[in-house]
Design a protein. Structure first.
Length: 336
């Protein structure tokens, strides 16, 4: 009887591993996830981050200086001195503690007007004219806010030491601390400095009575009267302010202030206390203000334009590439 022949089963085929399918899946998903993240980040930068970056700073410590020629009344000699160097210095110091507590921009402002004699003293208390103020504004709109020890009076207008963000080709109202009121300014043209767009605004202040001062009567044409309450008048024949369009920072300025005395009820100036002929930012001040404008404008452009656009473009490309990679990996896996 023939013996049964055993037939052994063939060995199982070695398992094949699709290394490409195994490694492509997590990388493609990561790529897809990164693309989606960037697509979400783009509008977030525009709608959430940019408005919070576009706020007036509070930790400021800035000094601006105007110079030019003019006239002033020498109280020692009792006469007006002409063709003199006039220097106007404004120092702005942010009150960080008050700003953080109130959520506003709180600035303490010191302004001195100096003649050659007083400038050499380097003491604001001995300046020809010295004023101190405390200005409070909304950090986003630049509108005045009447709180936090605002002094010495309620101020008004759209522009103070800066204009609002995103300037328009329209008129604004600039606060003139000597006048104690806002001055209408008109748009007067556009210019460029490097990559910055600058808007120029101009206006004038007609002769306006601003107060009174006790002086000898003979000083204002009333020699028979001893002391008299003379009227103080102020005018500004030319205000020119140049501001960076995106930030509203003032990068150049020209003013021509005139302060005079008149006899009570008089129609003509009797004494010129101060006359500044186109006092302008010094070259050093203009350079410093331009540098600050470039830095601030660059940050806003980065957050509000470059980064959102870059994130949207990169996110779209990465999302499309990741989705295509995932689809190909799935087809390769399903096809064996």
């Amino acid at each position: 009887m023939p013996s049964a022949t055993s037939v052994s089963a063939p060995p199982p085929a070695p398992a094949t591993t699709d290394t490409g399918a195994r490694t492509a899946a997590p990388m493609s998903l990561a790529l897809l996830g990164l693309g989606v993240f960037l697509l979400v980040l783009a509008p977030l930068l525009t709608w959430y981050v940019t408005p919070r970056a576009k706020v007036t700073p509070v930790d400021v410590d800035v000094t601006t200086v105007f110079t030019g020629t003019g006239s002033y009344f020498d109280t020692d000699a009792l006469r007006t001195r002409d063709r003199q160097r006039i220097t106007l210095t404004r120092h702005v110091l942010g009150d960080v503690a008050a700003s953080e507590k109130s959520g506003r921009a709180v600035w303490d402002v010191s302004t001195t007007v100096d003649t050659p004699k007083t400038l050499a003293l380097k003491d604001p208390r001995r300046a020809f004219q010295w004023t101190t103020e405390r200005w409070v504004t909304d950090r986003r709109s630049n509108a005045p806010v009447h709180c936090c020890g605002e002094a010495p009076t309620r101020f008004d207008g759209d522009a103070y030491l800066k204009f609002p963000f995103d300037l328009r080709r329209t008129g604004y109202r600039w606060w003139d601390n000597t006048l104690g009121a806002a001055v209408p300014l008109r748009f007067a043209g556009e210019q460029r400095a490097g990559g910055l767009v600058l808007y120029r605004f101009a206006g004038t202040v007609p002769a306006t009575r601003t107060g009174s001062r006790q002086v000898p009567g003979r000083l204002v044409g009333r020699p028979r009267q001893g002391q008299i309450q003379a009227e103080e008048w102020y005018a500004n024949s030319g205000v020119e302010l140049v501001a960076e369009q995106r930030t509203g920072r003032i990068v150049d300025a020209v003013i021509s202030p005139v302060k005079t005395l008149r006899a009570p009820g008089g129609r003509h100036d009797a004494v010129t206390l101060l006359r500044g002929e186109r006092l302008r930012f010094t070259p050093a001040t203009r350079r410093a203000q331009l540098q600050l404008a470039e830095a601030d404008s660059g940050r806003l452009a980065l957050v509000g334009g470059t980064l959102p656009v870059g994130a949207a473009v990169a996110g779209g490309l990465l999302t499309a590439g990741g989705a295509l990679w995932v689809a190909r990996g799935r087809r390769r896996t399903e096809g064996g």
